[in-house]
Write a protein that binds this ligand. Sequence first.
Ligand SMILES: *Cc1c(COP(=O)(O)O)cnc(C)c1O
Length: 392
Amino acid sequence: MNQELILPKRLLMGPGPSDVHPHVLKAMATPLLGHLDPTFLNIMNETMELIRYVYETKNQVTIAMSGTGSAGMETVFVNLIEPGDKVIIGVNGLFGQRMVDVAKRAGAEVIQVHAEWGRIINPDDIEKALKNYSPVKAVAVVHAETSTGANQPLEEIAKLAKEYDALMIVDAVTSLGGTKVGVDKIGIDAVYSGTQKCLSAPPGLSPVSLSDKAVEVLKSRKTKVQSWYLDLSMIQAYWGQERFYHHTAPISMIYALHEALRLIKEEGLEATFKRHEQNGRALQAGIEAMGLELFAQEGHRLPMLTSVNIPDSADDVKVRHLLLERYGLEIGGGLGPTKNKIWRVGLMGYSSQRSNVIQFLTALESILSELKIKINEGEAVKAAENYLNNHE
Ligand SMILES: *Cc1c(COP(=O)(O)O)cnc(C)c1O
Protein backbone atom coordinates (compact mmCIF):
# COMPACT_ATOMS: atom_id res chain seq x y z
CA MET A 1 0.00 0.00 0.00
CA ASN A 2 1.16 3.51 -0.73
CA GLN A 3 1.10 5.87 2.22
CA GLU A 4 -1.16 8.88 2.53
CA LEU A 5 0.88 12.03 1.94
CA ILE A 6 2.10 13.22 5.31
CA LEU A 7 4.71 15.81 4.51
CA PRO A 8 7.35 17.73 6.44
CA LYS A 9 6.51 21.30 7.39
CA ARG A 10 8.25 23.82 5.15
CA LEU A 11 8.71 27.55 5.04
CA LEU A 12 8.89 28.45 1.35
CA MET A 13 11.37 31.29 1.00
CA GLY A 14 12.75 30.46 -2.41
CA PRO A 15 12.05 32.02 -5.82
CA GLY A 16 8.59 30.39 -5.90
CA PRO A 17 6.40 28.64 -5.11
CA SER A 18 5.79 30.66 -1.97
CA ASP A 19 3.63 29.64 0.99
CA VAL A 20 -0.05 29.41 0.13
CA HIS A 21 -2.37 31.47 2.31
CA PRO A 22 -4.50 29.18 4.58
CA HIS A 23 -7.71 30.80 3.27
CA VAL A 24 -6.64 29.88 -0.25
CA LEU A 25 -6.08 26.26 0.79
CA LYS A 26 -9.54 26.28 2.31
CA ALA A 27 -11.09 27.72 -0.86
CA MET A 28 -9.48 24.90 -2.87
CA ALA A 29 -11.24 22.30 -0.75
CA THR A 30 -14.65 23.78 -1.66
CA PRO A 31 -16.78 21.25 -3.59
CA LEU A 32 -16.80 21.64 -7.37
CA LEU A 33 -19.46 23.43 -9.34
CA GLY A 34 -19.96 22.68 -13.01
CA HIS A 35 -17.84 25.02 -15.10
CA LEU A 36 -20.97 26.45 -16.77
CA ASP A 37 -22.98 26.68 -13.52
CA PRO A 38 -24.27 30.26 -13.15
CA THR A 39 -22.65 30.48 -9.71
CA PHE A 40 -19.30 29.49 -11.18
CA LEU A 41 -19.70 31.92 -14.09
CA ASN A 42 -20.16 34.64 -11.54
CA ILE A 43 -16.94 33.55 -9.79
CA MET A 44 -15.15 33.80 -13.15
CA ASN A 45 -16.53 37.31 -13.63
CA GLU A 46 -15.40 38.36 -10.17
CA THR A 47 -11.99 36.81 -10.80
CA MET A 48 -11.58 38.90 -13.97
CA GLU A 49 -12.53 42.02 -12.01
CA LEU A 50 -10.01 41.13 -9.28
CA ILE A 51 -7.24 40.54 -11.84
CA ARG A 52 -8.00 44.00 -13.27
CA TYR A 53 -7.71 45.38 -9.74
CA VAL A 54 -4.18 44.02 -9.11
CA TYR A 55 -2.96 44.88 -12.60
CA GLU A 56 -4.60 48.32 -12.25
CA THR A 57 -6.19 48.10 -15.66
CA LYS A 58 -9.54 48.53 -17.39
CA ASN A 59 -8.50 46.12 -20.16
CA GLN A 60 -11.52 44.12 -21.23
CA VAL A 61 -9.40 41.11 -22.21
CA THR A 62 -8.16 40.17 -18.74
CA ILE A 63 -8.38 36.48 -17.93
CA ALA A 64 -6.59 33.61 -16.18
CA MET A 65 -4.96 31.21 -18.60
CA SER A 66 -4.90 27.54 -17.55
CA GLY A 67 -1.24 26.82 -16.97
CA THR A 68 1.70 28.29 -15.08
CA GLY A 69 3.50 31.56 -15.73
CA SER A 70 5.29 30.15 -18.75
CA ALA A 71 1.91 29.40 -20.34
CA GLY A 72 1.11 33.10 -19.93
CA MET A 73 4.41 33.98 -21.62
CA GLU A 74 3.62 31.64 -24.50
CA THR A 75 0.04 32.98 -24.74
CA VAL A 76 1.26 36.52 -25.26
CA PHE A 77 3.82 35.62 -27.92
CA VAL A 78 1.78 33.11 -29.94
CA ASN A 79 -1.21 35.46 -30.07
CA LEU A 80 0.57 38.72 -30.91
CA ILE A 81 3.46 37.54 -33.08
CA GLU A 82 3.25 36.29 -36.64
CA PRO A 83 6.13 34.69 -38.52
CA GLY A 84 8.72 37.28 -39.52
CA ASP A 85 7.68 39.93 -36.95
CA LYS A 86 10.59 41.71 -35.29
CA VAL A 87 10.62 41.66 -31.48
CA ILE A 88 13.11 43.34 -29.17
CA ILE A 89 13.66 41.41 -25.94
CA GLY A 90 15.63 42.57 -22.91
CA VAL A 91 17.83 39.73 -21.67
CA ASN A 92 19.40 40.10 -18.22
CA GLY A 93 18.54 36.73 -16.72
CA LEU A 94 16.92 33.36 -17.26
CA PHE A 95 13.40 34.60 -17.93
CA GLY A 96 14.51 37.05 -20.61
CA GLN A 97 16.28 34.11 -22.24
CA ARG A 98 13.08 32.06 -22.02
CA MET A 99 11.12 34.83 -23.76
CA VAL A 100 13.66 34.73 -26.60
CA ASP A 101 13.15 31.00 -27.01
CA VAL A 102 9.34 31.29 -26.90
CA ALA A 103 9.25 34.25 -29.33
CA LYS A 104 11.52 32.45 -31.81
CA ARG A 105 9.30 29.37 -31.71
CA ALA A 106 6.38 31.69 -32.56
CA GLY A 107 8.34 32.70 -35.67
CA ALA A 108 9.65 36.06 -34.48
CA GLU A 109 12.88 37.60 -35.62
CA VAL A 110 14.31 38.39 -32.19
CA ILE A 111 16.64 41.28 -31.45
CA GLN A 112 18.25 40.72 -28.05
CA VAL A 113 19.24 43.67 -25.87
CA HIS A 114 21.55 42.39 -23.17
CA ALA A 115 22.60 43.51 -19.72
CA GLU A 116 24.79 41.62 -17.29
CA TRP A 117 22.86 39.28 -14.96
CA GLY A 118 21.85 41.27 -11.88
CA ARG A 119 21.75 44.57 -13.74
CA ILE A 120 18.79 46.28 -15.43
CA ILE A 121 18.23 46.79 -19.16
CA ASN A 122 19.29 50.25 -20.28
CA PRO A 123 16.46 52.10 -22.10
CA ASP A 124 19.06 53.73 -24.40
CA ASP A 125 19.97 50.28 -25.71
CA ILE A 126 16.29 49.58 -26.39
CA GLU A 127 16.00 52.87 -28.26
CA LYS A 128 19.05 52.06 -30.40
CA ALA A 129 17.51 48.72 -31.33
CA LEU A 130 14.16 50.36 -32.12
CA LYS A 131 15.94 52.79 -34.47
CA ASN A 132 18.12 50.17 -36.15
CA TYR A 133 15.45 47.55 -36.75
CA SER A 134 12.32 49.65 -37.43
CA PRO A 135 9.54 48.62 -37.86
CA VAL A 136 9.46 46.54 -34.67
CA LYS A 137 6.28 44.70 -33.64
CA ALA A 138 6.95 44.50 -29.89
CA VAL A 139 9.37 45.25 -27.07
CA ALA A 140 9.44 42.77 -24.17
CA VAL A 141 11.08 42.97 -20.76
CA VAL A 142 10.91 41.11 -17.45
CA HIS A 143 9.69 43.38 -14.64
CA ALA A 144 11.02 41.29 -11.74
CA GLU A 145 13.87 39.04 -12.92
CA THR A 146 13.51 36.23 -10.40
CA SER A 147 16.77 34.62 -11.52
CA THR A 148 18.81 37.66 -10.39
CA GLY A 149 16.73 39.90 -8.11
CA ALA A 150 16.80 42.89 -10.51
CA ASN A 151 13.83 45.27 -10.59
CA GLN A 152 13.39 46.65 -14.13
CA PRO A 153 11.95 50.18 -14.40
CA LEU A 154 9.23 50.15 -17.06
CA GLU A 155 8.20 53.78 -17.70
CA GLU A 156 10.91 54.82 -20.14
CA ILE A 157 10.87 51.62 -22.14
CA ALA A 158 7.06 51.74 -22.42
CA LYS A 159 7.29 55.32 -23.68
CA LEU A 160 9.84 54.31 -26.30
CA ALA A 161 7.72 51.38 -27.43
CA LYS A 162 4.77 53.72 -27.89
CA GLU A 163 6.87 56.29 -29.73
CA TYR A 164 8.01 53.63 -32.22
CA ASP A 165 4.52 52.11 -32.48
CA ALA A 166 5.58 48.80 -30.97
CA LEU A 167 3.60 46.78 -28.43
CA MET A 168 4.95 46.81 -24.87
CA ILE A 169 5.08 43.29 -23.41
CA VAL A 170 5.88 42.76 -19.71
CA ASP A 171 6.59 39.61 -17.68
CA ALA A 172 4.97 40.34 -14.31
CA VAL A 173 5.17 36.79 -12.93
CA THR A 174 7.05 37.74 -9.77
CA SER A 175 6.07 41.40 -9.54
CA LEU A 176 2.26 41.08 -9.55
CA GLY A 177 0.91 41.42 -6.02
CA GLY A 178 4.33 42.33 -4.61
CA THR A 179 5.08 45.63 -6.28
CA LYS A 180 3.16 48.04 -8.48
CA VAL A 181 2.72 46.90 -12.09
CA GLY A 182 0.26 49.68 -13.02
CA VAL A 183 -0.64 48.36 -16.47
CA ASP A 184 -2.73 51.32 -17.71
CA LYS A 185 -0.59 54.06 -16.20
CA ILE A 186 2.64 52.63 -17.63
CA GLY A 187 1.05 51.81 -20.98
CA ILE A 188 1.64 48.06 -21.09
CA ASP A 189 -0.05 46.28 -24.02
CA ALA A 190 0.37 42.67 -22.95
CA VAL A 191 1.21 41.30 -19.52
CA TYR A 192 1.24 37.89 -17.88
CA SER A 193 1.83 36.58 -14.37
CA GLY A 194 1.62 33.41 -12.28
CA THR A 195 -0.23 32.37 -9.16
CA GLN A 196 2.63 30.91 -7.08
CA LYS A 197 4.83 33.95 -6.52
CA CYS A 198 3.34 37.02 -4.80
CA LEU A 199 -0.30 35.93 -5.14
CA SER A 200 0.09 33.19 -2.45
CA ALA A 201 -1.75 30.49 -4.43
CA PRO A 202 -0.37 27.24 -5.86
CA PRO A 203 1.08 27.18 -9.39
CA GLY A 204 -1.50 26.54 -12.09
CA LEU A 205 -2.98 29.74 -13.51
CA SER A 206 -1.56 32.68 -15.40
CA PRO A 207 -3.40 36.02 -15.25
CA VAL A 208 -3.06 37.67 -18.69
CA SER A 209 -4.24 41.09 -19.83
CA LEU A 210 -4.23 42.73 -23.28
CA SER A 211 -4.74 46.42 -24.12
CA ASP A 212 -7.19 47.46 -26.84
CA LYS A 213 -4.20 48.02 -29.13
CA ALA A 214 -3.02 44.45 -28.55
CA VAL A 215 -6.56 43.17 -29.16
CA GLU A 216 -6.58 45.02 -32.49
CA VAL A 217 -3.30 43.32 -33.44
CA LEU A 218 -4.81 39.97 -32.51
CA LYS A 219 -7.94 40.65 -34.58
CA SER A 220 -5.98 41.72 -37.64
CA ARG A 221 -3.73 38.64 -37.80
CA LYS A 222 -3.18 37.22 -41.26
CA THR A 223 -2.43 33.74 -39.95
CA LYS A 224 -4.23 31.55 -37.42
CA VAL A 225 -2.73 31.41 -33.91
CA GLN A 226 -0.58 28.30 -34.12
CA SER A 227 -1.63 27.00 -30.66
CA TRP A 228 -5.23 25.81 -30.31
CA TYR A 229 -5.09 25.68 -26.50
CA LEU A 230 -3.69 29.19 -26.05
CA ASP A 231 -5.69 30.97 -28.77
CA LEU A 232 -7.02 34.03 -26.95
CA SER A 233 -9.85 34.70 -29.38
CA MET A 234 -11.40 31.37 -28.39
CA ILE A 235 -10.45 31.67 -24.70
CA GLN A 236 -12.02 35.12 -24.58
CA ALA A 237 -15.26 33.68 -25.95
CA TYR A 238 -15.23 31.22 -23.02
CA TRP A 239 -14.55 33.87 -20.36
CA GLY A 240 -16.76 36.48 -22.07
CA GLN A 241 -20.54 36.81 -22.46
CA GLU A 242 -20.79 33.96 -24.99
CA ARG A 243 -19.48 31.33 -22.54
CA PHE A 244 -18.50 29.33 -25.55
CA TYR A 245 -17.06 26.01 -24.34
CA HIS A 246 -13.33 25.81 -25.07
CA HIS A 247 -11.73 23.72 -22.32
CA THR A 248 -12.86 22.97 -18.77
CA ALA A 249 -11.54 25.67 -16.48
CA PRO A 250 -9.45 24.26 -13.58
CA ILE A 251 -12.27 25.03 -11.19
CA SER A 252 -10.45 24.57 -7.85
CA MET A 253 -7.58 26.74 -9.07
CA ILE A 254 -10.03 29.50 -10.00
CA TYR A 255 -11.39 29.28 -6.44
CA ALA A 256 -7.80 29.62 -5.22
CA LEU A 257 -7.05 32.63 -7.40
CA HIS A 258 -10.33 34.29 -6.51
CA GLU A 259 -9.57 33.96 -2.79
CA ALA A 260 -5.91 34.98 -3.21
CA LEU A 261 -6.89 38.16 -5.05
CA ARG A 262 -9.74 38.86 -2.65
CA LEU A 263 -7.23 38.73 0.21
CA ILE A 264 -4.99 41.25 -1.57
CA LYS A 265 -7.96 43.55 -2.09
CA GLU A 266 -8.92 43.18 1.57
CA GLU A 267 -5.39 44.11 2.68
CA GLY A 268 -5.30 46.87 0.06
CA LEU A 269 -2.92 47.08 -2.89
CA GLU A 270 -0.75 49.81 -1.40
CA ALA A 271 -0.56 48.05 1.99
CA THR A 272 0.44 44.82 0.24
CA PHE A 273 3.24 46.58 -1.64
CA LYS A 274 4.40 48.28 1.56
CA ARG A 275 4.56 44.96 3.42
CA HIS A 276 6.74 43.46 0.66
CA GLU A 277 8.93 46.55 0.57
CA GLN A 278 9.50 46.66 4.33
CA ASN A 279 10.20 42.97 4.84
CA GLY A 280 12.45 42.84 1.77
CA ARG A 281 14.53 45.84 2.80
CA ALA A 282 14.77 44.56 6.38
CA LEU A 283 16.09 41.22 5.11
CA GLN A 284 18.60 43.04 2.91
CA ALA A 285 19.73 45.21 5.83
CA GLY A 286 20.23 42.04 7.87
CA ILE A 287 22.24 40.31 5.15
CA GLU A 288 24.56 43.31 4.78
CA ALA A 289 24.95 43.72 8.54
CA MET A 290 26.04 40.08 8.64
CA GLY A 291 28.86 41.07 6.29
CA LEU A 292 27.47 39.37 3.16
CA GLU A 293 27.00 41.15 -0.15
CA LEU A 294 23.87 41.56 -2.24
CA PHE A 295 24.11 40.50 -5.89
CA ALA A 296 21.63 42.73 -7.76
CA GLN A 297 22.41 46.26 -8.90
CA GLU A 298 22.08 48.77 -6.09
CA GLY A 299 18.98 50.96 -6.41
CA HIS A 300 17.27 48.29 -8.53
CA ARG A 301 16.79 45.48 -6.06
CA LEU A 302 13.50 43.66 -5.77
CA PRO A 303 11.85 43.59 -2.36
CA MET A 304 10.34 40.10 -2.86
CA LEU A 305 13.47 38.36 -4.12
CA THR A 306 16.86 39.00 -2.57
CA SER A 307 19.98 37.61 -4.22
CA VAL A 308 23.00 37.15 -1.98
CA ASN A 309 26.60 36.52 -3.06
CA ILE A 310 27.71 33.24 -1.50
CA PRO A 311 30.95 33.76 0.47
CA ASP A 312 33.89 32.02 -1.25
CA SER A 313 34.44 29.74 1.72
CA ALA A 314 30.83 28.53 1.92
CA ASP A 315 29.44 25.40 0.29
CA ASP A 316 26.21 26.45 -1.48
CA VAL A 317 24.47 23.08 -1.46
CA LYS A 318 25.49 22.24 2.11
CA VAL A 319 24.13 25.48 3.53
CA ARG A 320 20.82 25.11 1.69
CA HIS A 321 20.61 21.49 2.76
CA LEU A 322 21.08 22.44 6.42
CA LEU A 323 18.47 25.20 6.18
CA LEU A 324 15.98 22.66 4.85
CA GLU A 325 16.86 19.74 7.13
CA ARG A 326 17.13 21.66 10.38
CA TYR A 327 14.65 24.47 9.96
CA GLY A 328 12.38 23.29 7.14
CA LEU A 329 13.37 26.48 5.38
CA GLU A 330 13.66 26.49 1.60
CA ILE A 331 15.66 29.08 -0.35
CA GLY A 332 16.89 28.93 -3.94
CA GLY A 333 20.33 28.67 -5.51
CA GLY A 334 21.65 30.38 -8.62
CA LEU A 335 20.96 29.38 -12.22
CA GLY A 336 23.22 29.39 -15.28
CA PRO A 337 26.09 31.85 -14.74
CA THR A 338 25.16 32.32 -11.06
CA LYS A 339 25.02 28.62 -10.18
CA ASN A 340 26.78 28.12 -6.82
CA LYS A 341 27.45 31.87 -6.76
CA ILE A 342 24.23 33.28 -5.29
CA TRP A 343 21.39 32.37 -2.96
CA ARG A 344 17.92 33.58 -3.82
CA VAL A 345 15.69 34.35 -0.88
CA GLY A 346 12.02 35.00 -1.55
CA LEU A 347 9.61 37.00 0.57
CA MET A 348 6.61 36.64 -1.69
CA GLY A 349 2.94 36.98 -0.83
CA TYR A 350 2.02 35.13 2.35
CA SER A 351 5.72 34.33 2.89
CA SER A 352 6.47 38.04 3.26
CA GLN A 353 6.23 38.29 7.05
CA ARG A 354 8.37 39.88 9.70
CA SER A 355 8.73 36.61 11.59
CA ASN A 356 10.06 34.88 8.45
CA VAL A 357 12.71 37.57 7.99
CA ILE A 358 13.95 37.04 11.53
CA GLN A 359 13.71 33.26 11.35
CA PHE A 360 15.75 33.13 8.15
CA LEU A 361 18.48 35.49 9.36
CA THR A 362 18.77 33.57 12.63
CA ALA A 363 18.98 30.21 10.88
CA LEU A 364 21.50 31.38 8.28
CA GLU A 365 23.72 32.99 10.88
CA SER A 366 23.66 29.89 13.03
CA ILE A 367 24.65 27.65 10.11
CA LEU A 368 27.36 29.93 8.77
CA SER A 369 29.01 30.37 12.14
CA GLU A 370 28.95 26.62 12.75
CA LEU A 371 30.65 26.14 9.37
CA LYS A 372 33.28 28.72 10.42
CA ILE A 373 32.36 31.16 7.66
CA LYS A 374 33.50 34.64 8.63
CA ILE A 375 30.47 36.83 9.41
CA ASN A 376 29.58 39.60 11.84
CA GLU A 377 27.81 37.62 14.51
CA GLY A 378 24.80 39.07 16.30
CA GLU A 379 24.28 41.95 13.86
CA ALA A 380 21.78 40.67 11.30
CA VAL A 381 18.62 40.40 13.38
CA LYS A 382 19.42 43.69 15.09
CA ALA A 383 19.73 45.47 11.73
CA ALA A 384 16.52 43.94 10.39
CA GLU A 385 14.53 44.77 13.53
CA ASN A 386 15.96 48.27 13.49
CA TYR A 387 14.90 48.77 9.91
CA LEU A 388 11.39 47.53 10.62
CA ASN A 389 10.98 49.63 13.76
CA ASN A 390 12.01 52.73 11.85
CA HIS A 391 9.80 52.11 8.81
CA GLU A 392 6.39 51.28 10.23
C1 LIG B 1 8.51 31.86 -12.27
C2 LIG B 1 8.68 32.78 -13.42
C3 LIG B 1 8.26 32.46 -14.74
C4 LIG B 1 7.75 31.10 -15.10
O1 LIG B 1 6.64 30.75 -14.41
P1 LIG B 1 6.25 29.19 -14.20
O2 LIG B 1 5.06 29.32 -13.34
O3 LIG B 1 7.42 28.54 -13.55
O4 LIG B 1 5.95 28.63 -15.53
C5 LIG B 1 8.39 33.40 -15.72
N1 LIG B 1 8.93 34.61 -15.46
C6 LIG B 1 9.36 34.95 -14.24
C7 LIG B 1 9.95 36.30 -14.02
C8 LIG B 1 9.25 34.05 -13.19
O5 LIG B 1 9.70 34.39 -11.97
